[in-house]
Design a protein around this ligand. Structure first.
Ligand code: NAD
Length: 306
């Protein structure tokens, strides 16, 4: 925490020292890793301390893998690991210059987290959300610092994907946007900016595509393998839509599709029943080892789901 409380609340990139990442799932872990590799101190929190600790172990494994492939020196690997501390959100907020919320894609949960983050974080801190679809203006409305609330939407997997989509809430200040743009660039990412509309830019395009693939599969138009092969070889996509849905997490895909449907009020965005049923059954994709495909313990794709 570099700025004394009560002073000019605007935040400069050079003043971000401590980043609290709240939500230590696949995205939170990736965000923690890239921030630590670029020299930031990271406080990594989840709903339970044990989950944060296990996410930190996962990040350490990723860093060691980079070291073993000679993509990271042993010293940098050790230093990055030492910059990440697994903790609780309550302990992390008061020390944070920037909070990046990366918890489960659930509107009510995020509203509660933003209220708590605002109450416990220093006045100068910026509160960012990695949400895929929840309105940044709505989250800002839970706080007394709407000018310092912003969307910072990283892509999955965070260490590999180059893009960060910044989301400009109705009241986000230009200083806040400039600070998080500077941070994203310091993380060696390329930035795009979206106004606060359902799904922003990336998921407004992506989710209807994934959802349509679910409809095609459900209607028996083609097999999962042929749908994905069609997108890979016919559209030159690196992953087919069903493989990508499994990577994102089917619960997250469904949550985003539901926000698009509700917030646009347009039935063209209605999620496919198959997608809903998969989530109800607990088949969430790679993270549960079964989605549209079945995966082994190492995450290798074995075959299409029966
Ligand atoms: P995930 O399911 O892997 O992780 C979510 C984490 O949030 C879990 O570890 C869960 O325990 C934690 N959590 C739940 N309640 C919490 C609380 N009260 N406090 C702290 N942590 C809590 O999900 P994910 O894929 O990492 O997605 C996280 C966020 O990132 C979502 O908003 C999602 O939309 C967004 N996102 C996801 C992707 C993707 O491809 N999966 C891409 C970009 C953005």
């Amino acid at each position: 925490m570099l700025r004394a409380l009560g002073k000019d609340p605007r935040m400069l990139l050079s003043e971000i020292g401590v980043i609290a990442v709240v939500g230590a799932g696949q995205m939170g872990a990736g965000i923690a890793q890239v921030c630590a590799q670029r020299g930031y101190r990271v406080l990594l929190a989840d709903a339970a301390l044990e989950r944060a600790k296990s996410a930190k172990l996962g990040v350490d494994q990723q860093l060691s893998r980079l070291r073993d492939k000679n993509k990271l020196s042993a010293a940098d690997c050790e230093a990055a690991s030492a910059r990440i501390e697994a903790t609780t959100a309550e302990l992390a907020y008061p020390q944070a210059d920037l909070v990046i919320e990366a918890a489960t894609e659930n509107r009510e949960l995020k509203l509660a987290l933003f209220e708590q983050a605002d109450a416990l974080s220093p006045p100068h801190a910026i509160l960012a959300s990695n949400t895929s679809s929840v309105s940044i203006t709505l989250l800002a409305g839970q706080t007394k610092r709407a000018d310092r609330v912003v969307g910072m939407h990283f892509m999955n997997p965070v260490p590999i994907m180059k893009l960060v989509e910044l989301v400009h809430g109705l009241e986000t200040s230009s200083e806040t946007l400039a600070t998080v743009r500077g941070l994203a660039e310091a993380l060696q990412k390329t930035v795009i900016v979206s106004q606060d509309r359902p799904g922003f830019l990336v998921n407004r395009m992506l989710i209807p595509f994934l959802n349509e693939a679910c409809f095609a599969l459900d209607e028996g138009t083609g097999s999962a393998e042929d749908i994905d092969q069609g997108a890979r070889l016919g559209l030159n996509h690196p992953l087919g839509p069903l493989e990508l849905a499994d990577l994102i997490g089917l619960d997250t895909v469904l949550a985003i599709a539901s926000v698009l449907e509700q917030d646009f009020g347009d039935p063209k965005y209605r999620p496919s029943i198959l997608l809903k049923n998969m989530v109800s059954a607990g088949y969430l994709g790679r993270k549960t080892k079964r989605g549209f495909y079945v995966y082994d313990e190492q995450g290798k794709k074995l075959r299409a789901s029966p």
